[in-house]
Design a binder for this molecule. Structure first.
Ligand SMILES: Cc1ncc(COP(=O)(O)O)c(C=O)c1O
Length: 449
C-alpha cells in the first residue's frame, strides 16, 4: 500500500483533487489485460491505474498519491497538467483543431522559430511528426537523401524507437523483437565506462571506444557512412553517460568519412541535463540533424526533426504528415517552450539535479546494492548489482526496488540492458522540498529491501 499521508503544507495542493467521476481500478486492469496487446505491459505486480496528475504529483484510482520521478518516461518536463499548457491547448482546440501538414498555420511556424532560437549550431529548419520514432525515421531519410549514401552507424545499448528502422538502429537485443530489418546498420562500441566494452578505465583508456569508430567504418562499411545516430546520454540503455571527449572523437571520425551526425535529444532535450538546452552542448559537437520528442510538448504527441538549412534542403520530394504540426500539439509545444524559457529549465535541472545527485551518492555509501550512480542534471540513474566487485547485474533487485518505492508513494523508472538500472527524471519544475521528500522515500524503499 502506498502512503496516504497528509500532504505537506509547502505543496501547491493540500489533498488529492476530486475526480470528475470515480474510476474502478480493478475493472481497468482487467480490461487492459483483455483488450490491449499483451506487449503493452505495465509496471508493477499490480499495475497502478493513474487518474490525476498535478505538478510533480499524481494519484491512482484508490486516491493514493505518488511523487512522480519518472514523468511518463521523461516527458512531463514541466510537470503534470501544467495550467498554462492546458489552457493554451484548450483555446487552440476550440479555434482550430486539425489541418494536416498541407496548410500553413501560425502555431507551427512559431514553434519552428522558437526551436531555431535555442537549437545548437546551425540547426534551423524543422519537420514535425507525432513521435520520437518518426522523428528518427525522418532523420535517417534526410541523411540518406542529403549524403546520397546508405549506411548508418548507431550505438550499442542505444534506443531509437519502435518502427522497423528504429528497431534496427536499437542496440539492445530485448527490444529487437525481430532481426534487423533495415540493411546497412552497424553498431559502434558504447561509451559505457562502468562496463567498458574494452575492459579499460577512464582516462587512461584514451577513449578507445570512440577511436574504434575508424576501424568500424573501414571494416564494417563500404567506407562511406551516411550518418552516425546517437543519444548524448543513452536513456533506455540505462542513462549511460559518455566521457566528455567521446562525441568529439567519434563524430570527428564519421565526418572524416563523409557521414553526418544525427543527435537524438528525445530524452536529453530542453534542459534535462542541466545548464544547457540540449545534452549534446555539453560535449562540444554541433549536430547536422537533431531529433526531439517527449518533453517538447509536455506529454502531447510531437516529434521534431531539425536540420541545418543545407541538409534540410535535400528533402524536397513528396511527403506528408497528417498529424505532424497539428495546431493543438503545436499550441502545447509553444506553451511548453514558453514555460521552459520563463522558468529556465536548464538552470533548474542543474540545481535540483545536484541536490538529487548528492542524495544518491549518500545512498551509494549506505547501500552496497548500488554499483554506479550516473547521469546529468535531472536525469539520474543508479545501476544495481549483486556485488560491487563482480558487477553482476541485479535486475530482480531493481524490480523489488520499484515495488518498494511504490509502497513509499514514489514513481521511478527502470532501464538498462540488464533491466537493473533505476531511472529518475522528474518534472524540471520540481521544488527543493519535493526533491528532499522524494529522496527520503527512495532511501526508505532501499532500506526496506
Ligand atoms: C532516445 C529515444 N529516441 C526515440 C524514442 C522513441 O520515441 P517514441 O516513443 O515517442 O516513438 C525514445 C523513446 O523512449 C527514446 O528514448
Amino acid at each position: 500500500m502506498a502512503t496516504k499521508k497528509k500532504a505537506s503544507p509547502k505543496r501547491a495542493k493540500a489533498k488529492a483533487p476530486a475526480l470528475p467521476k470515480p474510476v474502478n481500478g480493478a475493472s481497468v486492469r482487467a480490461k487492459h489485460k483483455e483488450f490491449l496487446f499483451p506487449c503493452v505491459t505495465n509496471y508493477y505486480e499490480e499495475p497502478i491505474v493513474l487518474t490525476k496528475g498535478e505538478g510533480s504529483w499524481c494519484w491512482d484510482s484508490d486516491g493514493r498519491e505518488y511523487l512522480d520521478l519518472f514523468g511518463g518516461i521523461l516527458t512531463l518536463g514541466v510537470g503534470h497538467c501544467h495550467p498554462e499548457v492546458v489552457s493554451r491547448i484548450e483555446q487552440q482546440i476550440k479555434t482550430l483543431g486539425h489541418t494536416s501538414s498541407l496548410y500553413a498555420t501560425e502555431p507551427v511556424v512559431n514553434v519552428a522559430e522558437k526551436l531555431a532560437k535555442i537549437a545548437p549550431g546551425k540547426l534551423k529548419k524543422s519537420f514535425f511528426t507525432a513521435s520520437g520514432t518518426e522523428a528518427n525515421e525522418t532523420a535517417i531519410l534526410v541523411a540518406k537523401l542529403f549524403t546520397g549514401k546508405q549506411e548508418i552507424i548507431a550505438l550499442r545499448y542505444g534506443y531509437s524507437g519502435r518502427s522497423l528502422t528504429a528497431l534496427s538502429l536499437g542496440g539492445n537485443s530485448s527490444w529487437r523483437l525481430i532481426p534487423t530489418q533495415m540493411v546497412g546498420v552497424k553498431h559502434a562500441l558504447s561509451p559505457y565506462c562502468y562496463r567498458c566494452p574494452l575492459g579499460l578505465t577512464y582516462p587512461s583508456c584514451e577513449i578507445k571506444c570512440a577511436q574504434d569508430m575508424d576501424e568500424l567504418i573501414r571494416t564494417e562499411t563500404n567506407g562511406q557512412p551516411a550518418a552516425f545516430i546517437a543519444e548524448p546520454i543513452a536513456g533506455v540503455g540505462g542513462f549511460i553517460t559518455p566521457p566528455k571527449e567521446y562525441f568529439q572523437i567519434a563524430v570527428g571520425i564519421v565526418r572524416k568519412y563523409g557521414g553526418i551526425f544525427i543527435c537524438d535529444e528525445v530524452q536529453t532535450g530542453f534542459g534535462r541535463t542541466g545548464d544547457k538546452w540540449f545534452g549534446i552542448e555539453h560535449w562540444g559537437v554541433e549536430p547536422d540533424v537533431m531529433t526531439m520528442a517527449k518533453s517538447i510538448a509536455n506529454g502531447f504527441s510531437v516529434g521534431a526533426t531539425m536540420a541545418t538549412e543545407e541538409v534540410a534542403n535535400a528533402f524536397t520530394g513528396l511527403t506528408i504528415s497528417t498529424f505532424g504540426g497539428s495546431p493543438p500539439t503545436m499550441a502545447s509545444t509553444n506553451a511548453t517552450l514558453d514555460v521552459m524559457r520563463r522558468e529556465n529549465t536548464p538552470k533548474r535541472s542543474a540545481e535540483r539535479g545536484k541536490q538529487m545527485r548528492d542524495a544518491l551518492m549518500a545512498m551509494y555509501e549506505k547501500y552496497q546494492i548500488i554499483g554506479d550512480v550516473r547521469g546529468m542534471g535531472l536525469m539520474q540513474g543508479i545501476e544495481l548489482v549483486e556485488d560491487r566487485k563482480t558487477k553482476q547485474p541485479a535486475p530482480k533487485a531493481a524490480t523489488r526496488l520499484m515495488e518498494a518505492a511504490k509502497k513509499q508513494g514514489l514513481l521511478i523508472g527502470k532501464g538498462g540492458h540488464y533491466g537493473n538500472v533505476i531511472r529518475m527524471a522528474p518534472s524540471m519544475l520540481i521544488s527543493k522540498t519535493e526533491m528532499e521528500d522524494a529522496m527520503k522515500r527512495l532511501d526508505r524503499a532501499l532500506a526496506s529491501m
